[in-house]
Design a binder for this molecule. Structure first.
Ligand SMILES: [Zn+2]
Length: 192
């Protein structure tokens, strides 16, 4: 029986931090806090993995007149600076990086691939049964990633102090959904 633990760092990218095209308030601080948390907790996880929103042509996910629910300003386009990890986060701590959303909206890291491999099978193949989720944004990609982790059968926690969200209302509904799906919420959300 596998009993490994992984940290999933969601979308700590320049476009989701201050100065980016779809900035989340506090994003840069969250990136730094994640880096420090990883450095201070060596041995807590068997693996750290990271996800990236990594768009080429995601269709209606991008809009000139975004509703900030289903459509968004262009962000995290492959080859642009905004798609890069925020400099406060060092991706060299990650055993693997999972890219999602090349040609569609993809909020969950479980839609992502590292080469040919999907996140769920990668985690299982590495003996992981427990995941902790941190990153950006609480109400969108962190929410979707944590919900999918729980649905895939992983024991799942979100460390809210290491997340930041877009909007207090959608953060509140995200927290409710995650609880409903059996995700353990630790700490207090930033931005709520
Ligand atoms: Zn996106």
């Amino acid at each position: 029986m596998s009993n490994g633990r992984a940290l999933i760092v969601v979308d700590v990218q320049k476009d989701f931090c201050e100065g980016g095209s779809l900035a989340v308030t506090g994003g840069g601080n969250v990136a730094l806090a994640i880096k420090e948390f990883i450095a201070e907790n060596e041995g807590r996880w068997d693996h750290v993995v990271a996800t990236r929103d990594y768009h080429i042509d995601p269709g209606s996910h991008f809009s000139e007149n975004p509703d900030f629910v289903d459509s968004w300003p262009p962000h995290c386009v492959v080859g642009t600076e905004g798609a890069q990890f925020h400099p406060n986060f060092d991706p060299r701590v990650a055993s693997a990086i999972f890219d999602k959303g090349a040609y569609e909206a993809a909020y969950s890291g479980f839609e992502g691939h590292s080469g040919e491999e999907e996140l769920a099978s990668w985690l299982r193949g590495n003996g992981i049964n427990t995941v902790e989720v941190v990153g950006l944004a609480t109400d969108h990609c962190v929410r979707a990633t944590a919900v999918d982790a729980a649905r895939e059968g992983f024991t799942t926690s979100v460390l809210l102090n290491l997340t930041a969200g877009v909007n207090p209302d959608t953060i509140a509904s995200a927290l409710a959904q995650m609880r409903h799906e059996g995700v353990e919420l630790q700490g207090e959300p930033v931005g709520a």
